[in-house]
Design a protein around this ligand. Structure first.
Ligand code: NAD
Length: 378
């Protein structure tokens, strides 16, 4: 079983899907590991580190040649995998609903594309969940970046020269990233409030010592939501939410938005006129910027100043912590493959529950139920 890990080609992608730690673990399963030269550079892992762990380091063509499994952070183009075994598994983040063209190419090339971001939210898959591992780091980093862009301090400070008041931080969307953002802002000494559409988050917000801000007059999503996820909200809810946010946001110094709805553009939570109501010098960090953005006017990887408010949002915030993000992502991949490793055949055999949830293509066809099924031309 030959496993290849590639150097990422996407712009601003500094993570890597395999680390020396997971090289050793895969070798212990009986696999042979090949790594593309320079693959770990952005995450402070040298080629020598991989070699020391037992992998072979070589150019891309040779790394891919004869691979049974290819590991990547962002799915490479199918054309770049020329030379991999027929039917090779490719485990990566595929963004399949906005990149159906790429999924079709994988089908046509005969690879088995495994979209790690579609991992079901079930207990046994928690250790394989790349969205969680990366969102957690992104939530932390978003607060640091917002704090850095903010021209004032976060904690209250009583000094001989007078008192510095604590920053008010409002977190919108309390999933994995939002919870970590709340915890990080609290640690920095801010006064934190947070909101979500899922009622289960109210207690989570309180347990972190932050203040829940919820729409009270229109029902949101009871409990956790389906699969832990939110869905699109009614017009009535959105109007009530906009009113609530308008009243609250004008008093905030920092707003971190993290709201996402799987398979859909990010919900718009902050309008231009709401930004205008904030104090000049305030900072908004839009963690959903790559999915269309929660904030009107936010632009990926740019700091824009709107009505005196700085709006920031990196498309790949977790990638700014490349070493930790890679370590966790690589463990997610190892946990996934090792859970299904069949000792007899020396290869992973996926079960239906997880396999069917994440498999996009197999045997020359697009097979995921949420994507158009298409046979490839003979
Ligand atoms: P996500 O990234 O899909 O969305 C981020 C947050 O935005 C969510 O909390 C969502 O409810 C919220 N949101 C969506 N629309 C909104 C709106 N209009 N206004 C305000 N907030 C809005 O979510 P996530 O971080 O992937 O986590 C979602 C849930 O799944 C969490 O409760 C998490 O604990 C749970 N989870 C479970 C597992 C597991 O059991 N294996 C793994 C990971 C996460």
């Amino acid at each position: 079983m030959r496993i290849a890990a590639l150097r990422e080609r996407a712009e601003r992608e500094s993570r890597v899907a395999l680390t020396p730690e997971t090289v050793r673990k895969f070798i212990a399963l009986g696999a042979e590991l090949v790594v593309e030269t320079g693959a770990g550079q952005g995450a402070a892992i040298s080629d020598a580190d991989y070699v020391e762990a037992g992998a072979r380091v070589t150019d891309r063509a040779q790394a891919v040649a004869g691979a049974d499994i290819v590991l990547a952070v962002q799915a490479p183009d199918a054309a770049d995998l020329h030379g991999a075994k027929a039917g090779a598994m490719v485990a990566a983040i595929f963004d399949p609903f906005s990149r159906e063209d790429r999924v079709r190419d994988y089908g046509a090339a005969g690879y088995e594309a495994l979209a790690m971001e579609l991992m079901p939210r079930i207990t046994r898959a928690q250790s394989m969940d790349v969205l969680s591992s990366q969102s957690n780091l992104a939530g932390y980093k978003s607060v640091l970046l917002a704090a850095n862009a903010y021209g004032r301090a976060f904690p209250m400070m009583m000094t001989a020269a007078g008192t510095v008041s604590a920053a008010r931080v409002f977190v919108m969307g309390v999933g994995v990233a939002g919870l970590q953002a709340i915890a990080t802002a609290k640690r920095l000494g801010a006064q934190v409030s947070a909101t979500d559409v899922r009622s289960a988050t109210r207690e989570q917000i309180q347990s972190l010592g932050a203040k829940p801000i919820f729409v009270e007059n229109v029902e949101g999503i009871e409990g956790e939501g389906s699969g832990g996820y939110a869905s699109e909200m009614s017009d009535e809810y959105r109007a009530a939410q906009a009113e609530l946010v308008s009243a609250h946001i004008a008093k905030q110094d920092i707003v971190i938005t993290t709201a996402l709805i799987p398979g859909r553009p990010a919900p718009r939570l902050i309008s231009d006129s709401q930004i205008a109501s904030m104090k000049p010098g305030s900072v908004i960090y839009d963690l959903a910027v790559a999915q269309g953005g929660n904030v009107e006017g936010s632009r990926a990887d740019e700091a824009v100043t709107v009505h005196g408010v700085t709006v920031i949002g990196h498309a790949n915030t977790a990638g700014l912590l490349a070493a930790d993000a890679s370590a966790l992502y690589a463990r997610n991949l190892f946990n996934f493959f090792s859970a299904f490793w069949d000792e007899e055949s020396g290869r992973p055999l996926l079960d239906d529950e997880i396999g069917d949830a994440i498999r996009l293509t197999r045997d020359g066809k697009v097979v995921h139920p949420r994507l158009g099924r298409q046979s490839t031309p003979e």
